[in-house]
Ligand binder design. Structure first.
Ligand SMILES: Nc1ncnc2c1ncn2[C@@H]1O[C@H](COP(=O)(O)OP(=O)(O)O)[C@@H](O)[C@H]1O
Ligand SMILES: N[C@@H](CC(=O)OP(=O)(O)O)C(=O)O
Length: 450
């Protein structure tokens, strides 16, 4: 049995949905289908989830929601028209929106329920379309599927008890079409995963039914060793390990959600990234182990939007508990951190900029000054992190030397270097403006000169 997830680009319009139906029909093992909401049809377009977020925003601000609702309806109407399906779903969306705006739930829960309409409606449309082609398919709501999530609107997590419930999907005679991106709390309230979370639904369902394979269909032939928007026509990765993919997704490979690997990894379900527009291409396999590790680096990921919180104090090394107290302040303020490179008398904490708003920045600096009495404390914004990743790194000599040469050739100054103790990745912090230049140079050194 295979679980196939189709991303926003694969269900962006009727033409894409026809490709999806062909892919489902081409393999009898594709028994469970997970879908996203329609994504962008071209680079200037908007994803349906973003249109729904605009709708929720209009409600939050007390503005009229007629126009943003119409934008959502228009996207689905165009699909229904071309696939010659009934328009029941449109009336459904309208009544769902009214119900959500008028229920007694808190704002965050209402906004989650609005966001989920994209996936929910698309799953209903796809199952109806498959039925119209004579395929035995059925829409399965995530509640019926057994997706029980923690009560964290916008960033929910799966609860362990879900997997046993999901296992029952194996018994379904029909192909199950499940909307991705959301589930329900124990109390029955709808909650979503973080953005891009349909990948997570697919992985959870694959783990629950103990699938032979989790296929993740998107709009590229494979995972490339570097973001194709930064390097033209980069080399394809044919196979990589869960650990490598987790590091690369977390550090910027947006093709697969960083949290989507864990459920598949725990059940050792292989994951295959494939292209809906070219389904016969082999794609990229993500597996637990690779037989031949013949290169140090498999991929280079990058992400901008980080800040560094720098704290220095003479004799910090003698002050037991300094680091803990610093991190405690961040914990109190609900701020998560990424890395903590340190020296004898100084410590930096790397944080995502969206975690440290200007309001929080003032509070944090104040508390550090008062509670830790440092010599210096400041915040450096506009940082980017570049991660080079490969399980082979620990058995190859000279990886760091090659990398620093690449930065030198790109005339990019290194603000910090950090190698994880697992030796699967090496992280470099630089100013944002040099990030593409540095990635291009690293690509040359690690992939073109071999
Ligand atoms: N290393 C990479 N390999 C492949 N694609 C990547 C990589 N890094 C970023 N991407 C981007 O990820 C996109 C696919 O992810 P996404 O847009 O979320 O797809 P979907 O709509 O299927 O969910 C690709 O079009 C590509 O631009
Ligand atoms: N539609 C949701 C969830 C998702 O996974 O979408 P996509 O497959 O387009 O990344 C979002 O935009 O966040």
């Amino acid at each position: 049995m295979k679980v196939a997830k189709f991303g926003g680009s694969s269900v962006a319009n009727a033409e894409q949905l026809k490709k999806v139906a062909n892919i489902i029909q081409a393999d009898d093992d594709r028994r469970i289908i997970v879908v996203s909401a329609p994504g962008k049809r071209n680079s200037d377009d908007m994803k349906v989830t973003d249109l729904l977020i605009e709708l929720g925003e209009a409600y939050r601000l007390g503005q009229s929601h007629e126009a943003p609702l119409q934008n959502v309806l228009d996207r689905f109407d165009a699909i229904l028209e071309e696939l010659q399906l009934s328009k029941v779903v449109l009336a459904d969306i309208q009544s769902q929106v009214e119900k959500i705006f008028n229920d007694g739930n808190d704002l965050a829960s209402k906004l989650d329920a609005i966001k989920a309409i994209g996936e929910d409606s698309l799953a209903k449309i796809l199952s109806e379309y498959l039925q119209s082609l004579g395929i035995h398919a059925r829409y399965v709501n995530p509640k019926e599927a057994g997706l029980i999530l923690s009560d964290q609107p916008g960033s929910a997590q799966i609860l362990d008890e879900s997997f046993e419930l999901i296992h029952r999907l194996r018994d379904s005679e029909d192909i199950a079409v499940i909307p991705g991106f959301f589930g329900y709390t124990k109390e029955g309230k709808l909650v979503t995963f973080s953005r891009g979370g349909s990948d997570i639904t697919g992985s959870i369902v694959a783990a629950g039914v103990k699938a032979d394979l989790y296929e993740n269909f998107t709009d590229v032939d494979s995972v490339y060793c570097v973001n194709p928007q930064i390097v033209n026509n980069p080399k394809e990765i044919t196979s990589l390990t869960y650990k490598e993919m987790r590091e690369l997704s977390y550090a910027g490979f947006s093709v697969f959600h960083a949290e989507a690997l864990i459920p598949a990894f725990k059940e050792k379900i292989p994951v295959c990234i494939k292209n809906t527009n070219n389904p016969t291409a082999k794609g990229t396999m993500i597996v637990s182990e690779k037989k031949d590790v013949n290169q140090a680096v498999v991929g280079i990921a990058s992400d901008a939007g980080f800040v560094s919180l720098y704290v220095s104090k003479y004799l910090m090394n003698r002050e037991i508990g300094f680091g803990r107290r610093l991190l405690n302040i961040l914990e109190d303020e609900g701020i998560s951190f990424e890395h903590t490179p340190s020296g004898i008398d100084d410590l930096s904490v790397i944080i995502r900029a969206n975690q440290l708003t200007e309001e929080k920045e003032a509070i944090v600096i104040n508390r550090i000054n008062k509670e830790l009495k440092p010599d210096t404390v400041y915040i450096d914004r506009g940082l980017a992190l570049i991660m080079i990743v490969g399980e082979g790194m620990h058995s190859f000599v000279g990886t760091a030397a090659k990398a620093t040469k690449a930065f030198e050739e790109a005339h990019v100054n290194l603000e910090m270097i950090n190698q994880g103790s697992s030796e699967v990745s090496m992280m470099f912090g630089i100013k944002e403006e040099g990030v593409n230049r540095a990635v291009q140079s690293l690509y040359k050194v690690f992939f073109e000169n071999n």
